[in-house]
Design a protein around this ligand. Structure first.
Ligand code: 5GP
Ligand code: ZN
Length: 115
């Protein structure tokens, strides 16, 4: 989608610190990190949010993104200390970019529940 920020990052039109890529997924550093490790994991094709990933296609996509995030967490040495993977969906969750993304957060103790 031409006017989507994350599609433009996928296309290389906007620079990002890319950590890992596959044909289906891209992982890059969040521009405004909320933890020592803050990586965004996105599908390379435009899907607005988790609620739009339906059916067996959606299942495969969401599962693939989660596995991709867990691989990155391992590669960044987060397995022992632990980490959080979260996706904000829609207004109440505070989603600010309408291209599905998982946040991978680690490197510090986190509280629960989120605000
Ligand atoms: P959301 O609020 O939708 O769950 O998360 C969007 C995330 O995208 C935020 O954590 C924000 O810091 C990040 N973000 C916004 N614009 C950019 C950008 O241009 N580059 C990168 N790398 N991250 C961005
Ligand atoms: Zn997009």
């Amino acid at each position: 989608m031409a006017d989507c920020l994350f599609c433009r990052i996928v296309a290389g039109e906007i620079p990002a610190k890319v950590l890992k890529r596959s044909p289906e997924a891209l992982a890059f550093a969040d521009i405004d990190p909320k933890a020592p490790v803050h990586v965004l994991i996105i599908p390379t094709r435009h899907i607005p949010a988790a609620r739009d990933a339906k059916g067996s296609d959606g299942e495969g996509l969401l599962g693939g993104l989660l596995a991709f995030a867990a691989e990155i967490a391992s590669e960044l040495g987060l397995d022992a200390g632990g980490y959080r993977i979260v996706t904000n969906t829609g207004k109440n969750a505070g989603q600010s970019v309408d291209h599905l993304h998982f946040h991978l957060l680690g490197g510090r103790k986190m509280t629960w529940p989120p605000g």
